[in-house]
Design a protein around this ligand. Structure first.
Ligand code: CP
Ligand code: NVA
Length: 310
């Protein structure tokens, strides 16, 4: 009998219900963690490999600490130090690692590499960020909105800036759980049309509205959450000079934030670059929840690990 392995490659693979169940689990694990209730039996004896081809602070630390708190063990595998970096195929890496470990988290460039890993491996694969998607981030973000606002359905998320991995996943994640989302990007820097289509399909089911525009004020208007991310993602740093003037009108500053609802949250996946995609007054101001988001990476990912490897 063929056993279907559940992965987290893109949020479009999960139903809205699965996402909401994971958020409830994350909430429970957070409560236990804060109240000294140990849950280190949940992944006792399990091992997670963490492959990184790009830098990371939050993803690396939250997965390592998360596995420890669940009673498991994690292995940091820099892509430069394993044979993958010298040309061993992703498929052979997947088959080999599957003989030793119980799950793989990977942060890399191509989404297709994450899919190949899942195709040829025999253990769950978690996408820890590719050029296309960042699903773990968005689970933590939805957990944060739910905590702060008490609900998700019917709220309006506005994303301003680069139509990157975070924006693509945010579109899909919001649409799946019934949150309206408006994304404003400069011309030429829109979200991946595949992601937009996936979000529109999810929105049809959930009743969410998906709007893509080039007008940052239209997106920010009456928003419950204003979200941005760096204009210079890993891999496109050399475009900094070219991108700066194009993205400046999308900076989240006092003027644009004042168009959102009076109790709007400011969100950012971090790392942030003050003075570029967001001003200091906003990210360090009273509406900002960026470090709650960062903390929730731990709790949301632990819920994912339990779901996939438990
Ligand atoms: N937000 C996020 O994924 O952060 P890191 O790059 O530090 O992992
Ligand atoms: N869009 C950013 C996210 C970093 C967590 C990047 O890909 O670099």
């Amino acid at each position: 009998m063929m056993i279907m392995i559940k992965h987290l490659l893109c949020l479009s693979d999960w139903t809205g219900e699965e996402i909401l169940e994971t958020l409830s689990m994350a909430e429970k694990l957070k409560y236990e963690n804060k109240n000294g209730i140990r849950h280190n039996h949940l992944l006792k004896g399990k091992t997670l490999g963490l492959i990184f081809s790009k830098a990371s602070t939050r993803t690396r630390v939250s997965f390592e600490v998360g596995m420890y708190q669940l009673g498991g063990y994690s292995l940091f595998l820099s892509a430069n130090d394993i044979q993958l970096g010298r040309g061993e195929t992703v498929a052979d890496t997947a088959k080999t690692l599957s003989r030793y470990i119980d799950g793989i988290m990977i942060r890399t460039y191509k989404q297709s590499d994450v899919e190949t890993l899942a195709q040829f491996g025999t253990v769950p694969v978690i996408n820890g960020l590719t050029d296309s998607y960042h699903p773990c981030q968005i689970l933590a973000d939805l957990q944060t909105v739910k905590e702060k606002k008490g609900k998700l359905r019917g709220l309006k998320m506005a994303y301003l800036g680069d139509g990157n991995n975070v924006a693509n996943s945010l579109l899909i994640g919001c649409a799946k759980v019934g949150m309206h989302i408006s994304v404003a990007t400069p011309e030429g820097y829109a979200c991946d049309p595949v992601a937009v289509k996936k979000a529109q399909e999810a929105a049809e089911e959930s009743g969410a509205r998906v709007v893509v525009t080039t007008d940052p004020f239209e997106a920010a208007k009456d928003a419950d959450v204003v979200y941005t991310d760096t204009w210079f993602s890993m891999g496109v740093e050399k475009e900094k000079e070219k991108r700066m003037p194009i993205f400046m009108p999308y900076q989240v500053n006092d003027e644009i934030f004042s168009k959102a609802s009076a109790d709007a949250l400011f969100m950012h996946c971090l790392p942030a670059y003050r003075g570029f995609e967001v001003t200091e007054s906003i990210i360090d101001g009273s509406h900002s929840v960026v470090f709650d988001q960062a903390e929730n990476r731990l709790h949301a990912q632990k819920a994912v690990l339990v779901k996939l490897m438990g």
